[in-house]
Design a protein around this ligand. Structure first.
Ligand SMILES: Cc1cc2nc3c(=O)[nH]c(=O)nc-3n(C[C@H](O)[C@H](O)[C@H](O)COP(=O)(O)O)c2cc1C
Length: 194
């Protein structure tokens, strides 16, 4: 089942982990990797082009680092521009219905820091994130719901800044397996007009 990876990394500072993940994704049959910062360095997102890409795939993976508990700004621009009323939601909009929405995330914080179970008393330096990662992704999960899309739990690489080469290679292997499984998860959609 065709999977579209929308890769969003501003490269300031330069990416190590997401660059490797994107390269790994490119090696998976049936996966299209679309580099948003390379395509739209000036943030003028082409809604028609992006909508056509989404329509040609059954699953969309937003691949990005977590920046300020959210996504890099071009992804917000992509959502604001591409998910138009009448196309993605509202009225008889049906373009996105039944497609899968998920994320591939890298975080600076550890898995434990995103567990939502760190007692602030045990974290005097304030390095833990208080909420669980599942809480931070809720606006995206609801956006998928509004668009009639199926939510799939994200692929996650924690402590991205600390990975040695072997750990990064392992993350890439896990990502390839995730994309293959996602392709199987995504429901085949009927052909247009059927
Ligand atoms: C502007 C900025 C904001 C960041 N905000 C967060 C954050 O809120 N939570 C977190 O865990 N890591 C945060 N980080 C760390 C990045 O997520 C981490 O550096 C990135 O996932 C590493 O992947 P890369 O090698 O592809 O850049 C931030 C990094 C930058 C540059």
């Amino acid at each position: 089942m065709p999977v579209l990876v929308l890769h969003a990394h501003p490269n300031t500072p330069p990416s190590r982990v997401n660059a490797a993940l994107a390269a790994a994704a490119r090696s998976v049959p049936g996966v299209t990797v679309h580099d948003l910062y390379e395509t739209y360095p000036h943030f003028f997102v082409d809604a028609r082009r992006e909508q056509a890409l989404v329509e040609a795939h059954e699953a969309v993976v937003f691949q990005h680092p977590i920046y300020w508990y959210s996504a890099p700004p071009l992804l917000k621009q992509w959502w604001d521009t591409v998910l138009e009323e009448g196309w993605a939601y509202g009225g008889n909009a049906s373009a996105t219905v039944g497609r899968t929405w998920t994320h591939a995330l890298s975080t600076g914080g550890s898995e434990h820091s995103y567990s939502g179970r760190v007692d602030p008393a045990d974290d005097p330096a304030g390095r833990a994130n208080f909420f669980a990662l599942d809480d931070y992704v809720k606006p995206w999960r609801q956006s998928a719901r509004l668009c009639g899309m199926r939510w799939h739990p994200p692929f996650t690489v924690h402590e991205a800044g600390r990975l040695d080469d072997a750990q990064l290679a392992d993350a890439c292997a896990r990502y390839r397996a995730f994309l293959v499984a996602l392709g199987a998860f995504a429901t085949p959609l009927p052909p247009p007009g059927a």
